[in-house]
Write a protein that binds this ligand. Structure first.
Ligand code: ATP
Ligand code: ZN
Length: 304
């Protein structure tokens, strides 16, 4: 255990993100779009927050759940797969929950799949009985096998799992898959999904109190605002009151609209935030349904 940090340091919020790899850049970009910026330290493991007292720790993704558990950081951006693996391990060891998913972040999508050699005919999970399965996610795999009542050998590898069958180390694999190209290149094919994953914002089991807690809440609100606006547009138009229901039927991806009655007329002015792409065809359809003076505007920021 490291000695407690001085009070001044612990007033600052710490967020751990992946130093490089798939999640590094998108994580930084998301935080930057929440108004955070950092004075880079020379080794770039610790970046001191300038505009807000929020510092960045640049680490290996696998270390993030442990850092949350130990209170080294308050928040982390990590794949649900990594978080779930830690949770499965802690559960198996009878330890309390140490980190939790706060919300998904809409990037880094992948699946934790079981994949078998192309040459096998897939007959279902029971086929894995007595087989050797290579994985970097032993706790999730063991838990799944146990629940299925399958007795298989779990071969733990820290990387290059997909070549294990070719090397004779395993019969099948349990690995992360996005496009499936890596599996295919190794004559493997996915047959089962154990977990649907994407990057998530993870927090400690207990949110920090006091100034740090307020800062965390502020940052979470900003992140949710940024996520809410991704691909969103503000749509403004007018329509006769009687035709409004037909127009709104064409906007299932929109928030409930704000409506204003135009003076002395039966026409309403409406505005709503739409999440789907607003193509010309959609605008034509809205017009057909009774919308007039349609305008699509970009939205820069939002705070609930
Ligand atoms: P580190 O050095 O930080 O340990 P790493 O090699 O474990 O890096 P990456 O390969 O960058 O990490 O993967 C980080 C995360 O990206 C994964 O945990 C997963 O959530 C997500 N991801 C998305 N698609 C894939 C994929 N096809 N293969 C592996 N991970 C993926
Ligand atoms: Zn890793």
């Amino acid at each position: 255990m490291s000695p407690p940090a001085p009070a001044a340091v612990r007033d600052r919020l710490r967020i751990a993100i992946q130093k490089s790899g798939r999640l590094g850049e998108p994580s930084r970009a998301l935080l930057a779009s929440c108004g955070l910026d950092w004075r880079e330290s020379r080794d770039r493991l610790f970046c001191y927050g300038e505009s807000l007292p929020v510092d960045l720790l640049l680490v290996r993704d696998d270390d993030i759940p442990g850092m949350l558990a130990e209170g080294v950081c308050d928040l982390g951006i990590v794949g649900r797969n990594v978080l779930a693996e830690q949770a499965a391990e802690r559960e198996a060891r009878g330890l309390p929950e140490a980190a939790r998913e706060l919300f998904a972040l809409d990037f880094g999508g992948c699946r934790l799949d079981i994949a078998i050699p192309d040459a096998w005919e897939w007959e279902g999970p029971a086929q894995l009985q007595g087989k050797r399965i290579a994985t970097s996610y032993p706790w999730l795999l063991r838990r799944w096998l146990e629940r299925q009542g399958i007795d298989a050998e779990v071969v733990v590898l820290s990387g290059s799992v997909e070549i294990a069958p070719r090397l004779g180390q395993a019969d099948a694999v349990c690995d992360l898959v996005s496009s499936g190209a890596t599996l295919a290149a190794n004559q493997l094919r996915p047959v089962l999904t154990l977990l649907e994953s994407e990057s998530v914002l993870a927090g400690a089991a207990h949110a920090p109190a006091g100034a740090r807690g307020r800062l965390q809440e502020q940052l979470l609100r900003r992140m949710q605002g940024v996520l809410r606006l991704k691909d969103s547009r503000l749509l403004m138009f007018q329509a006769e009151r009687s035709r409004v229901p037909d127009v709104l039927k064409l906007l299932p991806d929109a928030d409930p609209p704000t409506m204003m009655q135009l003076d002395g007329q039966d026409t309403l002015a409406l505005q709503t935030l739409c999440r789907g792409t607003m193509t010309w065809q959609r605008l034509e359809d809205l017009r057909q349904a009774g919308a007039r003076g349609l305008m699509v505007l970009p939205v820069e920021r939002s705070l609930a």
